[in-house]
Design a protein around this ligand. Structure first.
Ligand SMILES: Cc1cc2nc3c(=O)[nH]c(=O)nc-3n(C[C@H](O)[C@H](O)[C@H](O)COP(=O)(O)OP(=O)(O)OC[C@H]3O[C@@H](n4cnc5c(N)ncnc54)[C@H](O)[C@@H]3O)c2cc1C
Length: 473
């Protein structure tokens, strides 16, 4: 059957003429065609994903160049996959249909900090860690903190990234006030502005947030800022069961002060993290843990809050509640949490799912997932964001040949996503659908919603050149 009959589009292969034209648009020094350099742009951090090579990598430096590149690509039907930091966990920046990878690494400037309006205007290639450092130096903060701070502003906007501070501050979407973006036909749009209120027509800013490079290329972002908090502390709490830990969460959130983050983890992940970092963590022999992160104007305020939290968790069976003694102990604990992904990756071949369920359902959802372990003979390591229902699940390959594990993995993931749907959840809480979770998203999602999303895609990108094969086919 021809690719068109199968519903797959046939794209134009880049010729030497195209390469010359694209080099003329972007500048020769901003184009990579050498095969040995293309692999770096053909993958991200997603486990188990086969890389796909682009035919050309282009690194624009201005919005006008992005516009001219897209005009050319659209007229020739060349696919364009945008790349930020390449830290994605769903294959979003992998060029499934080859073509051009548009890397925004050279558009990485912090253009302005507007103190009067509490906003920053930034280019998409700026890394989140660099943004954080620049803002903290002037007493401000952009509180979206991912486990990987080499991720870029553009990538985090395009995936609507979450992170550990979402309980108090929300996710990326809640901080994007305006965008400059380039549509598939090369037209440049400006959405939103330096204000938090806007009831002026459809909200294109929020449509582009989380669109994974499939609707437009984001070339500038206006972000909402906060005052840098004076103090930040963590409280680490061991429980005899995950149910006890999760049962404490609603009451913690009712205390009148919102924690910045509220993380849960099972013991297995702490052991894996310990052997990865070589650093001992407090407590042994407990089934589950909560990590409560809090910010306040003074240490006294935090101490008072943690006393209230301790009273709640003790009622739910917590064995203890520990504030890491000193900066070093706190750093060690947070580094261990941030290192979970790399620790598991080193421990065994694994997959990552970032399902989201209502936070009250986390314990029952995880208990049901655990019932799948004997069915498939595959252990699942679990941790996540207890305050917002985002559960990270890693089916790992242990005591089973890799091929057999791979053969069973898809069915197990399907079962997990079905459970997630039954508990009122969604396929991805923060990593996006990309190509990795496309099959599950397309089979478990609302069919009319899916049709509407495809209509939006067709309206904005009629020739389907922007990141084709992502979110849906
Ligand atoms: C160790 C580790 C920890 C992580 N922790 C978290 C976490 O706590 N929370 C979380 O949400 N994620 C987390 N992630 C996932 C990842 O960091 C995020 O998805 C991040 O937002 C990706 O940013 P990036 O710049 O690397 O984007 P990329 O991976 O380069 O791209 C991601 C997607 O965005 C699109 N895109 C990139 N730039 C643009 C642009 N300018 N315009 C349009 N589309 C664009 C790409 O086409 C792709 O679809 C983690 C990943 C790792 C490896």
């Amino acid at each position: 059957m021809s690719p068109e009959k199968k519903g797959l589009r046939r794209y134009h292969k880049i010729t030497s003429e195209d390469s010359a034209a694209l080099s003329a648009i972007a500048g020769r020094g901003n184009v990579i065609a050498a095969p040995e350099k293309l692999l770096d742009y053909g993958r991200d951090e997603t486990p188990l994903l086969e890389p796909r090579l682009p035919e050309l990598v282009v690194k624009p430096q201005t919005v006008q160049t992005v516009s001219a590149l897209l005009k050319y690509a659209d007229s020739k039907r060349i696919p364009v996959t945008t790349r930020g930091g390449g830290t994605g966990l769903s294959g979003g920046c992998v060029p499934l249909h080859n073509g051009i990878v548009l890397s925004l690494e050279k558009m990485d400037r912090l253009l302005e900090i507007d103190h009067n309006n509490f906003v920053a205007v930034v280019q998409p290639g700026l890394q989140l860690g660099k943004l954080r450092d620049s803002l903290e130096a002037v007493g401000l903060s952009y509180p979206v903190a991912l486990g990987e701070m080499t991720a870029t502003v553009g990538g985090s906007v395009a995936t609507n990234a979450g992170g550990m501070n979402a309980v108090k501050y929300g996710v990326t979407r809640h901080h994007v006030l305006g965008l400059e973006a380039v549509l598939a036909n090369g037209e440049i749009i400006h959405t939103g502005g330096r204000f938090v209120k806007c009831s002026s027509g459809y909200d294109l800013t929020q449509l582009l947030v989380g669109s994974e490079g499939t609707l437009a290329i984001i070339t500038e972002v206006t972000l909402k800022l906060h005052i840098k908090p004076a103090c930040r502390e963590a409280l680490f709490i061991p429980f005899h069961s995950l149910q006890q830990a999760i049962d404490s969460v609603p009451e913690i959130l009712m205390l009148g002060k919102v924690p910045v983050g509220l993380e849960f983890m099972e013991e297995s992940i702490l052991q894996i993290a310990e052997s990865y970092t070589g650093k001992k963590l407090p407590y042994r022999g407990y089934a589950a843990f909560l990590l409560v992160l809090a910010e306040a104007d003074s240490q006294d305020e935090i101490a008072g809050y943690f006393c209230d939290v301790e009273a709640v968790v003790r009622k739910h069976g917590a064995a203890d509640a520990l504030v890491p003694p000193g900066r070093l102990a706190m750093k060690k604990l947070l580094e261990a949490r941030e290192g979970f992904y790399h620790a598991i990756k080193k421990f065994a071949p694994m997959q990552i799912l970032d399902a989201v369920v209502p936070r009250s359902e986390i314990a029952r959802f995880v208990a049901d997932v655990k019932k799948l372990e004997p069915k498939y003979g595959i252990p699942v390591v679990v941790y996540g964001h207890a305050g917002d229902g985002n559960v990270h699940l890693h089916p790992i390959c242990r005591d089973m040949p890799y091929d057999a594990w791979m053969r069973k993995l898809d069915s197990m993931m399907k079962d997990i996503y079905e459970l997630c749907g039954r508990y009122g959840g969604a396929v991805s809480g923060e990593h996006g659908i990309g190509m990795d979770k496309k099959a599950f998203f397309n089979t478990t999602g609302d069919k009319v919603v899916l049709k509407t999303l495809k209509n939006i895609k067709a309206a904005l990108d009629p020739h389907c050149i922007l990141n084709p094969g992502k979110i849906f086919d």
